[in-house]
Design a protein around this ligand. Sequence first.
Ligand SMILES: Cc1cc2nc3c(=O)[nH]c(=O)nc-3n(C[C@H](O)[C@H](O)[C@H](O)COP(=O)(O)OP(=O)(O)OC[C@H]3O[C@@H](n4cnc5c(N)ncnc54)[C@H](O)[C@@H]3O)c2cc1C
Length: 482
Amino acid sequence: MLTGKEYLESIRDGRRVYIGKELVEDVTAHPAFEKGARTIADIYDRKAAAENRDVMVSEENGEEFSTYFLKPKSREDLEKRYETHRRIASWTHGFMGRSPDNFPCYLTGLATQPEIFNELREGAGDSLDAYYHKARRNDLFMSHAVTNPQGSRRAGDQMDEAGIVSPTLRVVDQDEEGVTLNGLKMIGTGSIYCHETWVGNLQPVPPGQEAETITAAVPLNLDGVSIWSRKPYEATANTEFDMPLSARFDETDAAILFENVKVPWDRVFLHDNVAMTREIYFRTPGHSLANHQANIRFAEKLRLIVALAHKLTQSNKAGAIPAVQSTLGNLAAQLGALEGMIKGQIQDCEEMPGGFVTVNRRFMYAALHWCTKNHSPICDVVRELMGGGPIQMPADSSVMADPDLYEKFETYWSLPDQSAKDRMKLFRLAWDVLGTEFAGRHMLYEKFYAGPGFVMDLYSYQLAGWDELAEIVDDLMAGYDL
Ligand SMILES: Cc1cc2nc3c(=O)[nH]c(=O)nc-3n(C[C@H](O)[C@H](O)[C@H](O)COP(=O)(O)OP(=O)(O)OC[C@H]3O[C@@H](n4cnc5c(N)ncnc54)[C@H](O)[C@@H]3O)c2cc1C
């Protein structure tokens, strides 16, 4: 297993990361990414530390590995995985969604059924199994880019004037060694900090576009791969006091461009198959384990949001008002309901082929639906509870570097039970959760990371068990007549 220091060294590997036109030489030393990389390194160190090992490190045939690579065979295994995810999420208060424990959920779930892949292409399942063991042994940090560039579906197979068929990643050539990939894949959250990315499709691919179904694992420093960062928030977070989350927990998002990238066959797990490119995640525990992790991560974020709501109303003295207590009670009930929804997924876990288990999928998709739809409304409630407090504060903490201004600040902005500095510290944190550009990105993330809203509805529609529900109505009506 990697130490934090080894992890940092391992991503100084010649990868090509762009911020606008700037090519970043070393992501671990650049002011836009340095603290984020340190946060990931801390996760590596903390998960192996004495106080966490029992839960967060597992063992098989003498090999130790992170518990998020554990193939679950019992409720106890799911509980161990739950606690591993919960601790990791608590270290970033849920603000790093694609933390090192996220993609291994997909990979571990897929690797419980290599036979599916072997049936699709001879040896592909064996390659998947070998890749799972390699990732586990080397403690790899992986992102996944399984979404296509917006609007690309309209392009279909029509060639534009520049001779480009579609911007979407596709196989443009293949030989006995492997495939050659060209095109864009979205959105590689965390990729800037990852060793490798998984490319594939969680959106359906229409017949005729088989070349886009490629599903493979690609090292992010491979020739022809470049990572195009969105605006990094760490770069503009001038101090931790002023933007405590932007400064340390910007997990980064990026488009990943592949220009004639050669990928060997032992890294290709699916190819030329529109029916299965998406289906693999649902036939195996891949999608359910990964989104269970997302539920747990969201609950840690919600704990911080609800705690902040309470603290803010103590600070602005609104917390004693019954109507405000009612609002706080509503938030506390929402948090409790989500925590229960997550525990229920483990309690009512489901058996899968090969003697494995996964979390209860109906409950997991219900929780995913709940999180997706409720994050923005909850944030709006807390923003309202906050009043205009953040805007009443001076521009930034530099005001306290000037003794004369600091004295005036403490004289006029403090309350009998709170220093002006403490009030400002609380409001700066709350604003980073609810108001900054970093916070705005999280509004978008919580709506879309698992796909658009209508897809969340469809997951629950598909698993509702309509026949069983219909029987309730039929039985009830059968009990009476004219
Ligand atoms: C911050 C962030 C991080 C992300 N991280 C990752 C990641 O790590 N890996 C990854 O693969 N992807 C990631 N994504 C991408 C995410 O999966 C997509 O944004 C999501 O699937 C939506 O696709 P789109 O952005 O192309 O929107 P579009 O598909 O273009 O949708 C635009 C709007 O139209 C609506 N719409 C479209 N079609 C329909 C329809 N048929 N019925 C009703 N409404 C419709 C959508 O609901 C949405 O509101 C991330 C996204 C964000 C914002």
